[in-house]
Write a new protein. Structure first.
Length: 486
């Protein structure tokens, strides 16, 4: 199962198939006549009013890119299939041809969707639809083609804001995605494969999904059919309100397989407001690295149940350090918001601006503790890669019951790694290997006690009570690993 999942890809729903490595009243349902055997009739939603009333706010987007930034070698870069695919000829008939391979190719064209959020011409779409676009054109449902200006884009949330010179445009109504319920009907309008004004429908499959390398967006998962060209288009509820921006699909083939993801519209509008006023997005930063709290780690820390965000590293110059946050603390609450999972915290902190004062409730050594911090401007991680230990490692000390062979680091190794203590794992077998420990890992702490020597490790191990939470340095990352010691 795990292998199958890893084989699949998260794909952007625009024209380029990219592996992702990172209101008015509700429409009346239509009753299907009851069966002769007396079974209760099914009720299905009628989307006709929604499409007629709200569809005109949806636009098609074309972004011309220089050939140097194009990633598609095909003569039809917008097609989702290779030229030897049986469906290639079918899609080619409906797509404008690109220059022949033996002719100079100045541009490639990316296709996507978007929707109008103000009558004077502001349009929301995905950042990946228009990124690197030399020229952006928007086609309205009345067939008018307008040149668009890129106001700004934010790659971390995959949101872009465009502006066209027009007035009295139809405007999409903005809904509240927090009101969405799993199982609720939703619809998408866009231009998959260039087929403009295409309507697809489905249900909300899940909320608050966290995807690899996408820690700032709590995605809405649906089973609405989303394909290349749908990216940037709106996800509507049955009241005709936009609740999300269709952004990605989960697929092994590049086509729709029943799982698609949308960016919640409230997050997108927050980004758009910042792009409109200052051309960029400022986010708060706490200055920590965190990980999920598993059942084993919860037991090791004496936490009643797995919840919160486990702090594994604190930037010594960041706001978290100034507030007194420490590795091994488990953040249970930010202001009034309960942190059920570690994925919740980056989204909440990222939604707050620099200078925001926050209150944290943390779990530390069996008790709750309150802290206050002031967020700073989010910046790229500048931490350098840790250097591997060299070969002049002292002979290891064996902890046979745990399957560990450990050695103290030399002064030279500690200096190279920029650390003051720690024990190097030479071998990890049995319980240690099953817990996830690996040779080359450096054990920095045990149950929030610093490990500076074999003696310190033995003492902390003797007081572990059968459950050890090891703070481990692996490369340039820090993580906690739970290990049974009884």
């Amino acid at each position: 199962m795990a292998g199958a999942l890893l084989a699949a890809s998260l794909l952007s729903g625009c024209d380029r198939i990219e592996q992702f490595v990172k209101g008015s009243s509700q429409p009346a349902p239509v009753a299907i006549p009851a069966q002769q055997d007396g079974r209760v009739a099914m009720l299905l939603p009628d989307f006709t009013q929604l499409v007629t009333r709200d569809g005109p706010a949806v636009v098609n987007i074309q972004a011309a890119r220089d050939a140097s930034v194009s990633t598609q070698p095909s003569s039809h870069p917008q097609l989702p299939v290779p030229e030897d695919d049986p469906l290639y000829d079918f899609f080619r008939r409906f797509m404008p041809p690109s220059p022949q391979q033996d002719q100079p190719q100045e541009d490639s064209v990316s296709y996507g969707s978007g929707f109008i959020i103000s009558s004077d011409g502001y349009i929301l779409t995905n950042a990946h639809v228009v990124a690197d676009g030399r020229q952006i054109r928007v086609t309205l449902t009345d067939k008018r083609e307008l040149r668009a200006k890129l106001v700004g884009l934010d790659k971390r949330s995959d949101v872009a804001l465009l502006k066209v010179a027009a007035a009295d445009l139809p405007v999409a109504k903005i809904g509240n995605p927090s009101d969405l319920k799993v199982g609720e009907w939703v619809a998408a309008i866009g231009a998959p494969f260039g087929f403009d004004n295409t309507v697809t429908a489905g249900i909300v499959s899940a909320k608050g999904r966290s995807l690899p390398d996408e820690t700032l967006v709590p995605f809405i998962q649906t089973d609405v059919a989303i394909n290349p060209g749908n990216s940037g288009g709106p996800l509507f509820n049955l009241r005709g309100e936009v609740v999300g921006i269709n952004s990605q699909i989960y697929s092994r083939s590049g086509g729709f397989m029943g799982i698609s993801f949308a960016i919640p519209i409230d997050l997108a509008m927050q980004v758009a407001d910042q792009l409109k006023t200052k051309g960029k997005v400022s986010r708060g930063q706490l200055g920590i690295n965190i990980q999920e709290v598993t059942q084993e780690l919860a037991q090791s820390f004496g936490l009643p149940r797995p919840s919160g965000a486990l702090v594994v590293r604190v930037d010594p110059k960041g706001p978290a350090a100034k507030a007194g946050l420490m590795p091994g603390d488990i953040i249970l609450k930010l202001n009034t918001q309960v942190i059920d999972s570690s994925k919740d915290l980056p989204m909440l902190v990222g939604a707050l601006g620099p200078g925001t004062k926050i209150k944290l409730v943390v779990w530390r050594k069996g008790f709750e503790k309150s802290l206050e911090a002031t967020l700073v401007e989010q910046a790229p991680d500048t931490e350098g890669n840790a250097k591997p230990a060299n070969d002049n490692t002292p002979q290891g000390y064996q902890f046979g019951k745990l399957g560990l062979t450990l050695s103290e680091l030399t002064a030279e190794q500690r200096a190279d790694l920029g650390i003051r203590g720690g024990l190097l794992i030479q071998k990890a077998q049995g319980p240690a290997a099953r817990s996830g420990l690996q040779p080359g890992d450096i054990i920095m702490g045990l149950n929030q006690n610093d490990v500076t020597s074999i003696t310190a490790f033995e003492k902390a191990l003797a007081n572990s009570g059968g459950h050890a939470a090891l703070l481990v340095k692996r490369g340039d990352a820090m993580l906690f690993i739970a290990l049974r010691t009884d």
